[in-house]
Structures are given as structure tokens and as C-alpha cells.
Design a protein around this ligand. Structure first.
Ligand code: DQA
Length: 146
């Protein structure tokens, strides 16, 4: 299975960000941990602080991957454009958050992404990613019409 993992703004700073919400793994450690836990999955990992770059990568998902895992960071709460890009993407799509955004500030209660993903995992820090990928592996393959 080929999975594209996309990280939005500020997730390159994991390790320095609020440990209570995001845990103490750096982004590099998090990605390494996923590779080790799922040796049979072929991963590509990308991070960008730019909305358009994330959208360009989302648009490649159906061409090259069976599944897309995205933590859009703060764009979760603001980006109709990322939502629209995900909506048209047909491969398996999972949204992941390290923290539980439903239990945080009011401005994080708007979630443009969840409704256009097949599943959302959150609130367990790095374990949210592990649960997401384990779930993706179990899903029957989707037929994507390119
Ligand atoms: C986050 C939650 C967002 O509200 C925040 O802006 C992030 C990370 C998470 O993983 O918990 O950057 O997506």
C-alpha cells in the first residue's frame, strides 16, 4: 500500500510546540516511527507551511497513492481550498490531529476537513497516526476513476 502523508503549517516544529497538545516527538521522529511500525507500507512524507503547495500534493494523490493521510494543522479550521481539493480526491482519505481539537479553543471547532475525509483520528498524539494507518490498511481497496 502506498500512502501519502501530508503535514500542514507549523508541524515541522513538532518537538518545540506545546508538548501537552502535540507530544514530544519531532516531525522526523514521528515519520521514522511510522516507517518502523508499518514496514510494508510505502510512505511519502511532505510538510508545507503553504496552502497552495499542500493542494498541489493533494491533487497528486489519486495518481500515485492508495491512500492520503493529512494533518492540515491550522488550515483545518480555515481552508475551504484544502477542503475542495480533498473533496474531489477519490482515494482513501484520513484526517489526523495530534490533539483533540473538539476539546480546545472555539476557533478550532470549525473543521472544514473532517466531512470530506473517510475517517478522522485525533487526540492521541503520535498514536492517532498509528491508529489511522492501521485503519487504512484494513480498508478494502477503492476503485479510483482517473
Ligand atoms: C493540529 C491541531 C490544529 O488546531 C493546530 O493548528 C495544529 C495541529 C493537531 O495535530 O492537533 O497545527 O492539527
Amino acid at each position: 500500500m502506498k500512502i501519502l502523508v501530508l503535514h500542514g503549517p507549523n508541524l515541522n516544529l513538532l518537538g518545540k510546540r506545546n508538548v501537552m497538545h502535540y507530544g514530544n516527538l519531532t516531525q522526523k521522529e514521528l515519520f521514522q516511527m511510522l516507517k518502523e511500525q508499518f514496514p510494508n507500507v510505502s510512505f511519502d512524507f511532505y510538510q508545507s507551511n503553504h496552502e497552495g503547495q499542500l493542494i498541489d500534493w493533494i491533487q497528486t494523490a489519486d495518481h500515485f497513492y492508495n491512500g492520503l493521510l493529512i494533518n492540515p494543522g491550522a488550515y483545518t479550521h480555515t481552508s475551504v481550498a484544502i477542503r475542495d481539493a480533498l473533496e474531489v480526491t477519490q482515494c482513501l482519505k484520513v484526517a489526523v490531529h495530534l490533539s483533540d481539537i473538539t476539546k480546545r479553543e472555539n476557533f478550532r471547532q470549525t473543521d472544514y476537513v473532517q466531512a470530506v475525509c473517510d475517517q478522522t483520528f485525533m487526540g492521541k498524539q503520535a498514536k492517532s497516526y498509528v491508529e489511522a494507518i492501521a485503519w487504512m490498511i484494513e480498508q478494502p481497496p477503492k476503485k479510483v476513476n482517473l
